[in-house]
Unconditional design. Structure first.
Length: 332
C-alpha cells in the first residue's frame, strides 16, 4: 500500500490533510560474593599478599560449557532481533536509508484534462520533473481533471490510487492528481499525491510531509505550476538521503541496553570461571591445591566443611560431597 497526501480549497478557504537489555582455608577473613554465578561459588579472601578470589565448583563443566551454551543461544536471539529491527523487518528502524530508485523515465508526463496549464507552464513543469528524476530516480506524473470524478468515486484518494494502477505504474513512481471546478464562483480545487511503496527509499516520510505542506502553501497564492516548483525545490536536497528517525532511535538504544545487562550478568560470570580455570592450568605454581580434600558448604549454617565427613562438624546437617570437587585460587 503506497502513501497518500492531499488537500483542498473550497469557498475561499484552504486546508490540508495527509494520510498516510568452595572455599580455601587459611585466610584471615572471607565473605561470600553477592553475585555467585552459574555452577560456581565465588569467595573473596584477604591476606598479607592482598585480595584473592577462590573459585570452587562441584561440576566445572556444567558451570562453563552449559552456561556458555545457554548464554550463547540467548545472545544470538537478541542479536538477531536487533539486526531484524535495523533492517526494517518490523517497520521500526532508527534510520531511513536513502538512495535512488530506478523508475521508468517514460512515466514523466503531464495529462492536463482540466486545461489549467499553459504550454510554457507545461514545459517548465516537465523540466522540473526531469530534475526530480535525476536526483531521485522517481518518475512523477501530473494529472489534472475536473470535479466530475465525484460522480464515480467516494473520495479523491480512491480515484488517484486507481488511476495510478490503471497506468500500470510500478511501486517506484508518483502521481499528483489535481482536480478543480473552474466554473464555480471561487477557484475551488482538490489534490492528492500518491506514490508507490518503493519511493520511501528516495522520498522519506519527513520529505513527503514537507512536500505536501509546501504545495498546500503554494496553491493558496500561486498557480499550479508555481506551487509545484516551490514545493519540489524545497525538498530537492532531501531526496535520496539517509535520515535519522529520532523517535525510534531511543527504542533501539533501550533494547541494546537490555542486551548489555544480560551479557554482563549472565555471561560475565561463566567467562570469569572459564578464564580462572585456564589461568589455573597455565600457572599451577600460583595456586594452592589439595587434591585429597573435598570442599562443601553447609546449606544450613553456611559453614565450610574442609574434611571428607558426610555431616557438618558444626550443626550436624547431612552433606552431599561431589567427587569432582576442584578448588583453586587466582589473584584478582
Amino acid at each position: 500500500m503506497g502513501r497518500h497526501g492531499g488537500g483542498s480549497r473550497s469557498g475561499g478557504s484552504s486546508g490540508g490533510s495527509r494520510g498516510g537489555g568452595g572455599s580455601r582455608g587459611g585466610g584471615s577473613s572471607s565473605r561470600v560474593s553477592s553475585t555467585p554465578f552459574r555452577g560456581c561459588y565465588n569467595r573473596s579472601y584477604y591476606d598479607r599478599h592482598g585480595r584473592y578470589h577462590s573459585y570452587y565448583t562441584s561440576d566445572r563443566n556444567f558451570g562453563s560449557r552449559s552456561g556458555w551454551n545457554v548464554g550463547t543461544i540467548f545472545s544470538l536471539v537478541f542479536i538477531t532481533f536487533h539486526m531484524l529491527i535495523m533492517m526494517g523487518a518490523f517497520g521500526v528502524t532508527a534510520f531511513s536509508f536513502g538512495g535512488k530508485v530506478h523508475g521508468d523515465i517514460n512515466r514523466i508526463k503531464i495529462v492536463d484534462n482540466a486545461d489549467v496549464l499553459t504550454a510554457s507552464e507545461e514545459r517548465q513543469t516537465i523540466s522540473l520533473l526531469n530534475e526530480v528524476y535525476e536526483v531521485s530516480g522517481m518518475p512523477v506524473t501530473v494529472y489534472t481533471d475536473s470535479f466530475e470524478w465525484k460522480q464515480h468515486y467516494s473520495n479523491l484518494e480512491v480515484y488517484s490510487e486507481e488511476l495510478y494502477y490503471q497506468m500500470s505504474y510500478d511501486e517506484d513512481a508518483m502521481i499528483i492528481l489535481f482536480t478543480t471546478d473552474k466554473d464555480s464562483d471561487f477557484y475551488d480545487w482538490e489534490y492528492d499525491m500518491y506514490c508507490g511503496d518503493d519511493t520511501t527509499k528516495c522520498l522519506s516520510d519527513a520529505a513527503f510531509d514537507k512536500l505536501l505542506s509546501n504545495f498546500q502553501k503554494g496553491m493558496a497564492s500561486q498557480s499550479l505550476c508555481e506551487a509545484l516548483d516551490y514545493s519540489w525545490n524545497s525538498v530537492m536536497d532531501d531526496l535520496a538521503k539517509t535520515t535519522v528517525r529520532w523517535v525510534q532511535l531511543p527504542i533501539l538504544l533501550f533494547l541494546a541496553g537490555i542486551y548489555g545487562v544480560f551479557y554482563v550478568s549472565i555471561l560475565g560470570g561463566t567467562k570469569k570461571q572459564s578464564d580462572a580455570y585456564k589461568y589455573f592450568q597455565e600457572n599451577p605454581h600460583m595456586y594452592e591445591h589439595e587434591p585429597m580434600t573435598m570442599y562443601s558448604e553447609c546449606p544450613n549454617c553456611r559453614a565450610a566443611n574442609t574434611s571428607q565427613s558426610e555431616t557438618c562438624p558444626y550443626c550436624g546437617t547431612l552433606l552431599k560431597i561431589s567427587d569432582g570437587g576442584v578448588q583453586f585460587v587466582r589473584p584478582e
